[in-house]
Design a protein around this ligand. Structure first.
Ligand SMILES: [Zn+2]
Ligand SMILES: [Zn+2]
Length: 310
């Protein structure tokens, strides 16, 4: 490990809702949580706080890494439930020595990030209130931009295409890049494109087409040449085209094409649909992840407890 810049471990790969059960053992049923650890500088970055965060907390406690003084930065891509539901079950928040910095996008609503996360910890939903947590937790609003996180770690963020304000995250350290692009779907022309439709406007239709193309290009520029891209892959193209446009998630086929166009080295398909069984994911992997389809990009379906070293 010592000659590697970053170690990425998947603690939860499932989208929408935790999906325990015998059909979900191989890939795992916990929702989104990724740990990015930089050994050089003992820096622990956690991306999203889905139910997988509970496993990470348990691991840190068992390894003795969180008993006294855990330091971690938690970056939330957005605050949909599947991305924050693990927070109340992250044992280190009950340890007095824990110091957490939580970053997330600000929405158009008035509630602060602290309120959105903390709302899960009211007596209505949970027996411990946010005010009672022993850990020291600071909250920071995150917008689109480029940020120096100290110790040589750089973060660039990019707004994605999701019903709620959602950020892609690009972490760079010592020439290695780990990038996330979830939850998101391709931008589309929002104007009527059928000339037979009475509301068709040729100029608007062309402008809409160009705007969508530009936005998609910007997203692909954002993950250009990443060593690892963790991309939304909730649907197959067929499922996506059967009434799921606008739901905020990508088809697997699109994720692979976008990663190839951007010369991404490794693509982790992520945010698996909760109905997708191990068997189905294996079948899709055999279909989609062969070199004939993926070119120079190595493509795989992320699994719980899988580790990727960069
Ligand atoms: Zn999600
Ligand atoms: Zn979402």
């Amino acid at each position: 490990m010592s000659n590697r810049a970053m170690k990425i471990k998947f603690w939860g790969v499932r989208g929408s809702i935790p999906s325990p059960g015998l059909q979900y053992v191989k890939y795992g049923g916990n929702t989104l949580c990724v740990e990015l650890y930089i050994e050089d500088i003992d820096r622990r970055i956690i991306i999203d706080a889905g139910s997988g965060l509970r496993l990470l907390g348990n691991h840190l406690m068992a390894a003795g890494l969180a008993t006294e003084s855990l330091r971690a930065d938690i970056f939330l891509t957005h605050t949909h439930l599947d991305h924050i539901i693990g927070f109340p079950f992250f044992t280190p928040i009950f340890q007095a020595g824990t110091r957490l910095k939580i970053y997330g996008p600000v929405t158009c609503e008035d509630d602060s990030l602290e309120t959105v996360i903390g709302a899960q910890m009211s007596y209505r939903y949970f027996p411990v209130r946010q005010e009672e947590l022993a850990a020291r937790i600071e909250y920071f609003n995150l917008k689109e931009g480029s940020f120096d996180l100290g110790d040589g770690v750089r973060l660039t963020t990019k707004y994605l295409n999701h019903p709620l304000l959602c950020l892609g995250l690009r972490f760079e350290y010592k020439g290695k890049t780990c990038c996330t692009a979830y939850d998101t779907e391709p931008f589309e022309n929002l104007f009527v494109t059928d000339p037979r439709d009475p509301s068709y406007d040729e100029i608007m239709a062309h402008q809409g087409e160009a705007a969508a193309r530009d936005e998609n290009r910007r997203v692909e520029d954002f993950f250009k040449e990443a060593d690892l891209l963790i991309h939304d892959a909730q649907y197959t193209q067929q499922e996506y085209d059967s009434g799921k446009h606008g739901w905020g998630h990508s088809p697997i086929e699109y994720a692979i094409k976008a990663a190839r166009r951007s010369a991404v080295k490794r693509l982790a398909l992520f945010h698996h649909d909760p109905v997708r069984s191990d068997e189905q994911l294996d079948e899709l992997a055999a279909l989609c992840c062969n070199p004939g389809n993926t070119g120079n990009t190595e493509v795989f379906f992320a699994r719980e407890e899988m580790v990727v070293a960069l």
